[in-house]
Ligand binder design. Structure first.
Ligand code: FAS
Ligand code: PHB
Length: 389
């Protein structure tokens, strides 16, 4: 088999890249190790920047998001027993959209199928080869048979635990990492959200986030120990702990119900540099991970896909390598700003082992400054709605 761009991974990065390339007439094939159902079953992000929605529109996969997504003008920060609204639309003219990653992935899968593009699911032992030559290729196994795909370029969109970054010689890559001493325990429930916008809570017992997937499906997170296991958190314990971290108005409006999904995600900041190795490029979680506090993970996957598709379009249409030569630096410039913002939000809102005294006062001073300064609120808002591509 031969294609121009061989993509590893059918998550948001791979699927969006595939559609952007298709829109430019650039042939591509996606290899995915899981089934479509497994990929759709992963409950992850829920908030889209306007730029991400615009990319879905660009590839003809935004219709349902506009119909079903919830457009939010602001968020609330709760600390010290009171809530403070950050009016992001007033500060930036931009909004965000609540629309689950599962739905984004489904819409992109449907767009890809409608275009008759090739996605090989349950492809095992995917291996990138010779990406430091002009003849890169992918090998994989499907139904017990070995296969190869010759290509011009490889896009590693295979997430944090994928094969693409792992295939780079250690001397050629530099990584930067911060692992946080806690995780997020998330629950999905068919209950109306506690508020019409998101509430980020700094509490002495730990962080809590009230978010949603629709007007009848809520998503809540509480900061938990890395030693915790989901089995230790029956629904009743989750709801009790959440109530202890929310202000009274939120507690009064909270509708509890059985969990339809419950999981614990560890939090880390991670960046691999560069994001290009000869004829192999990394995009999305394959290259970087952010703590979900800033809602950036999925949106960074989208901006990487945007940059990489533009670079490859320039290569094929204008016979110029300027775009692909600049891809890594261009993508990393936006990645690091999002990594900084996600680290800052996480540092400001979570209970850290050493924040009993001085650290806790600094957090409250930071929060008090943010909600009482137009400049500080605008800075938070412009990062949250998404910096320009
Ligand atoms: P993905 O991990 O989504 O997709 C990679 C794909 O590659 C997967 O389908 C995988 O099966 C496939 N793959 C891996 N190795 C392969 C191989 N060797 N061969 C073939 N295929 C392979 N972000 C937010 O903004 N907000 C959140 O609340 C949030 N919560 C999260 C919770 C969890 C538990 C996790 C893990 C992430 C969360 N994220 C969140 C971040 C998440 O949304 C990612 O940013 C997003 O999935 C990135 O998309 P991709 O880069 O496509 O990676
Ligand atoms: C979510 O809806 O899952 C979500 C929203 C905002 C975040 C993190 C998660 O910062």
């Amino acid at each position: 088999m031969r294609t121009k761009v061989a993509i590893i991974g059918a998550g948001p990065a791979g699927l969006l890249l595939g559609q952007l390339l298709h829109a430019s007439g650039i042939d591509n094939i996606i290899l995915e190790r899981q089934t479509p159902e497994y990929v759709l079953g992963r409950i992850r992000a829920g908030l889209l920047e306007e730029g991400t929605v615009a990319l879905l529109d660009e590839v003809g996969a935004g219709t349902r998001a506009h119909r079903e997504g919830l457009v939010h003008d602001g968020i609330e920060l709760a600390f010290g027993g009171s809530r403070h609204r950050i009016d992001m639309k007033a500060a930036t003219g931009k909004t965000v959209m609540i629309y689950g990653q599962t739905e984004v992935t489904l819409d992109l899968m449907n767009a890809r199928n409608a275009a008759g593009l090739t996605t090989i699911y349950e492809a095992s032992d995917v291996q990138p080869h010779d990406f430091d030559t002009d003849h890169p290729r992918l090998s994989y196994v499907k139904d017990g048979a070995a296969h190869e795909i010759a290509c011009d370029f490889i896009a590693g969109c295979d997430g944090f635990h994928g094969i693409s970054r792992a295939s780079v010689t250690p001397q050629a890559i530099q990584t930067f990492e911060r692992i946080y001493p806690f995780g997020w325990l998330g629950i999905l429930s068919e209950t109306p959200p506690v508020s019409h916008e998101l509430i980020y809570n700094n509490h002495e017992r730990g962080f809590a986030l009230c978010t949603m997937r629709s007007t009848h499906r809520s998503r809540y997170y509480v900061q938990c120990s890395l030693d915790d296991h989901v089995d230790q958190w029956p629904d009743e314990r989750f709801w009790d702990e959440l109530k202890r971290r929310l202000d009274q108005k939120a507690v009064d409006h909270l509708v509890t119900g059985p969990s339809i999904e419950k999981s614990i995600a560890p939090l880390r900041s991670f960046v691999a540099e560069p994001m290009r190795f000869g004829r192999m490029f990394l995009a999305g979680d394959a290259a970087h991970i952010v703590p979900p506090t800033g809602a950036k993970g999925l949106n960074l996957a989208a901006s990487d896909a945007h940059y990489l598709a533009g670079a490859l379009r320039e290569y094929y249409d204008e016979k110029s390598s300027a775009g692909i030569d600049a891809y890594s630096a261009t993508a990393l410039a936006r990645v690091w700003k999002a990594v900084r913002f996600s680290w800052w939000m996480t540092s400001m809102l979570h209970k850290f082992p050493d924040t009993e005294g001085f650290g806790a006062r600094i957090q409250l001073a930071e929060l008090d400054y943010v909600v009482s300064s137009k400049a500080a609120m605008t800075s938070l808002a412009e990062n949250y709605v998404g910096l320009p591509f």
